[in-house]
Write a protein that binds this ligand. Structure first.
Ligand code: AN7
Length: 320
């Protein structure tokens, strides 16, 4: 039976005997060596493969805690604003717990597969005519009215759960790496990594990587113009690095082609920073979401499909 993240890290999490564990078997994700990319970039690179979580992103680490606590506290409904992955995760854990989920997404700006996933999971999905930041503002007001529990990373249980990724990495490596590199959208995950390191008494640098054009990057998961955790990221000591969409795409494709790991574009931001020398030594890059989350982006950037007759000679020729 797969181990619930809350059971594995119970002593580190704000849960008690009365907390009902709402789990889909999250966490305990692979830490993969990346020999070809290590050689290319002159580092010892490890990939924390968070796309292996139940809904395909690291959000599940925080969502299992946030939804379990919501149930414990008697909630009937949860709400979030999302660029797509929080939406899918909230929908899944709410369904698992028998809660209603309301999801606000910026109109026309979320990957179609994430929306389909969220709808299948039974959340009420509302496209907001506005940005992610505006949708989040509305969600916060509704949560303050007390009808819905906010499950964005402003919910401290989300951040608490997300700390577990750092614990897994340090346990598995038998110590701290020389650096972590993670994408920086709203900054919740950077906040969580910094909190975990503080708990462990480590001062390992975090390279927190944002898109140069936050409002328009192709990496729609991190298309967040005004990161809500910016003050915490600033005081965390994380080093913020900015990368272009071209650098993100190059890193994204190299992860797939050289290491066999297909993540979503935003997840490649950490590697894009490593590629320009932002970290040295033993570096852990967290790949936050699965590539199947944004097949439209993949379709646009992957090599073309060939077409052949069912003729072995023609196929042999075309396959060369
Ligand atoms: C794959 O789902 O903000 O800096 O609403 O989906 O903690 O915000 C997603 C963010 C990185 C950025 N990688 O992390 C949402 C949302 C992936 C993501 C981030 C997101 P934060």
């Amino acid at each position: 039976m797969s181990l619930a993240l809350i059971e594995r890290y119970r002593s580190l999490l704000p849960v008690g005997d009365a907390t009902p564990v709402v789990s889909l078997g999250e966490g305990s994700t692979p830490l993969l060596p990346a020999p070809r990319l290590s050689e290319r970039h002159g580092v010892e690179l490890w990939l924390k493969w968070e796309g292996a979580n139940p809904t395909g992103s690291y959000k599940d680490r925080g969502m299992t805690v946030a939804v379990s606590k919501a149930v414990e506290e008697g909630a009937e409904a949860v709400i979030c604003a999302s660029t797509g992955n929080t939406a899918a995760s909230a929908a899944a854990y709410a369904a698992r717990a028998g809660l209603r989920a309301v999801v606000l997404v910026p109109e026309g700006a979320v990957a179609a597969a994430k929306l389909a996933q969220t709808r299948m999971l039974g959340a009420r999905v509302l496209e907001v005519r506005g940005s992610f930041d505006e949708a989040l503002g509305a969600a916060r007001v509704l949560a303050e009215r007390g009808t819905h529990v906010l499950v964005n990373s402003l919910n401290p249980y989300r951040v608490a759960g997300q700390k577990t990724a750092v614990h897994e990495i340090v346990e598995e490596l038998g110590g701290a790496p020389d650096a972590f590199a993670i994408p920086y959208g709203g900054g919740g995950n950077t906040t969580a990594y910094a909190a975990a390191l503080a708990e462990l008494g480590l001062d390992t640098p975090i390279v927190s990587v944002e898109a140069a054009d936050r409002a328009r990057t192709l990496a729609s998961a991190i298309r967040i113009a005004e990161p809500v955790h910016a003050p915490k990221v600033a005081s965390s000591g994380a080093r913020v690095v900015t990368v272009s969409d071209e650098e993100i795409v190059a890193a994204w494709r190299s992860l797939a082609e050289l290491e066999g790991v297909f993540c979503e574009p935003s997840s490649a931001a950490g590697l894009a920073a490593v590629a320009r020398g932002a970290a040295v030594g033993r570096v852990v890059v967290t790949l936050t979401g699965h590539g199947l989350k944004d097949v439209v982006a993949a379709d646009r950037h992957a090599p073309p499909v060939g077409t052949v007759d069912p003729d072995p000679d023609a196929i042999a020729e075309a396959a060369r």
